[in-house]
Design a protein around this ligand. Sequence first.
Ligand SMILES: [Zn+2]
Length: 493
Amino acid sequence: MRLAALGFSHETNTFAPTPTDLAEFEASGIARGDEIVRRHRGAHSTMAGFLEASEKLGFEIVPLIFAQTEPSGMITKRAFDQIVGEMLDLLRRHGPWDGVLLANHGAAVSEEYSDVDGEIAARVRALVGPKVPIGISLDLHGNLTQRMVENVTVTTLYRTNPHLDPAPRAFECAEIVVRTIKGEVDPVQALETPPLVINIVKQFTGEEPMKSVMADCAAVLARPGILTAGVAEGYPYADVPEMGMSFLAVHDGDPTAARDAARWLARRAWERRADFVGEVPSPSEALKMAANAPKGPVVLMDVGDNIGGGSPADSTILLAEAKRQGVRRYLQTLYDPEAVATCVAAGVGADLTLRVGAKTDRLHGEPVEVTGHVRLISDGRFEERRPIHGGGRYFNGGTTVVLETADEHTLVLTSRRIGNTSIEQMYSLGIRPEEKQVVVAKGVVSPRPAYEPIAAQIILVNTPGVTTADLSFFAYHHRRRPLFPFEPEARYE
Ligand SMILES: [Zn+2]
């Protein structure tokens, strides 16, 4: 039994000003063949799950190509054509296949296609024909479409946010594909897409309201004949018709049972919709709370500069406010290759005054003038072995500078956009976040596995930016109307 494994994984923030071109994917490293195995075997990623399934279930896996880059702006037509063209070419040249495994995200948008993942699924289906089982394993931030589901045999979705289960969900996907090839099961999928959006600050699956939604999902999984089920929280920063939550159930052979299960999940979530609306403190309120907390570190989630959601990683909103309030023992990262170059030129031990951050656009504050001391310069590479959001292991923030400022702020200046999903990012620079009063983590949920173990408290902050929790900030042109909570009168029968 011979299965192809390939993927094109991107979460596209259509409000981010800079498009995502081929160079972005190439900079992150498009992996082909054995390179996929080298990067993913033993990791916690979707590809890792496919590889593990091949070993444990005894099928031959042929990794073809995997392209992925950090969430960012609209994918250019050129990037789509090049990568998807190569995916299909490899599938054609190395076939025929008993099955195909796709490692996508589910919220990719290109200049040409609002549903990139559906387009890829349709092209793969057209190429391999109607009889070859195709499995796709998606992120729970996918904006799932009927087109995605109709063109594959089985879809699996992460069930945790932060994402700690990409590998087991991919394993599950591969297992259902293998059982389908053997004729043991006949997956029938149902997708329900009520007009419903859950605010980003309510998406942590370890707390309400998502805890109950995922308990419903577990109840569906326990129903007889259900092969898999999932809830996609959706990705609100993509201005596409399908933006929103979706509910998936896959039954062995019975379309009615699949549809009933998906509709039951959707209805139960719909009834809870009042709890999906988020309200979080302003930067000034959050910093006051954090500075006055009896015990540190207080981790402030910079929601508006959620790098995992496609933001520029250089917001200075919280830094400027911390300076204004005189907050001490404060730690944060900032993407600023220009400031890094200035510090590198000055050298370790140098004292200097410079303007940092907010250089990508005008949506994330203004550059902040700081006076500080260059304590350390690093190549920005670190390895994380703990299970973290997304399952990555090797990280590269580019040349990185640790600047200790006169305000008693520790600023980690990076020359690549990098999130705060790994505490090793700090340990590798000799920084102990445990000893700080305030630690900024750019993200909403993804930094939790890294910072929950050390945080005295976590506060989500309503910072402005391309990933702000306040969705009224964005001008949507393509989303569905009515859609809750934008139009509170939206109905779902
Ligand atoms: Zn996600």
